[in-house]
Design a protein around this ligand. Structure first.
Ligand SMILES: [Zn+2]
Length: 216
């Protein structure tokens, strides 16, 4: 209640600035009763004649329970307001979020794994430091239009990673971030075209998770 009141006060003071949305964050770990109570209470909460502009879903989301928890919460939250999933970024997990009602994501995963030489492709994830890429003169992903893929080969990236050059992490991060943005662009288009289920099956059929998993 107090944060809605304060948000209203600050919004009224900032009439010359763009509006900033206020999201309520739904917690409750793995507990259905706590998740649904949080979603019910936050979804209905009003004060100073305003309510939350959208909702974040956070905390204790592992791969196995992700879809279930997101579904519990989104069945209760107001349908017309945006839902943001906190800290989930693996390609296969983005599909689980979207099919259970998530609109937006933020996650460090794409840049964190890039710093360790792990990169995403449509065929799966791999590490550029592996010896097989030493003389591989293809881009990371020949379907990608990012700066890294249009200017550098796997062999060059292998070399700079092995040499511990900082540019290696930068170039791999540029690719992984672009990959995720392109993927969610494709998911959005599939939803608009009404073929999300087919698009998901096609993607997951090609995408093989080649290295370790991390959710954060
Ligand atoms: Zn790329």
């Amino acid at each position: 209640m107090r944060c809605l009141d304060e948000h209203k006060r600050l919004t009224d003071l900032r009439v010359d600035k763009p509006y900033q949305a206020l999201f309520g964050v739904i917690q409750g770990a793995q507990y259905e009763d706590l998740r649904k109570k949080a979603a019910t209470d936050f979804g209905a909460m009003t004060s100073s004649d305003i309510s939350y502009d959208g909702f974040g879903i956070g905390g204790a989301l592992d791969k196995d329970s992700l879809g279930t928890i997101v579904k519990w919460v989104n069945e209760v939250l107001p349908q017309e307001k945006p839902k943001h999933l906190l800290g989930i970024g693996a390609p296969e997990d983005l599909f689980v979020g979207v099919e259970n009602g998530i609109d937006t994501f933020d996650c460090v995963l794409a840049s964190r794994i890039a710093r360790t030489s792990a990169v995403y492709t449509m065929e799966g994830r791999f590490n550029l430091t592996n010896a097989i890429y030493k003389r591989d003169f293809n881009p990371i992903d020949d379907e990608c239009d990012c700066y890294t893929c249009t200017h550098y080969t796997r062999a060059y990236l292998h070399h700079v990673f092995r040499g511990k050059e900082i540019v290696a992490a930068t170039l791999a991060t540029i690719h992984n971030e672009r990959y995720i943005v392109r993927l969610v662009d494709q998911m959005r288009q599939a939803l608009l075209d009404g073929n999300f289920t087919d698009m998901k099956a096609d993607f997951l059929g090609r995408y093989k998770h080649k290295s370790g998993q991390s959710n954060d």
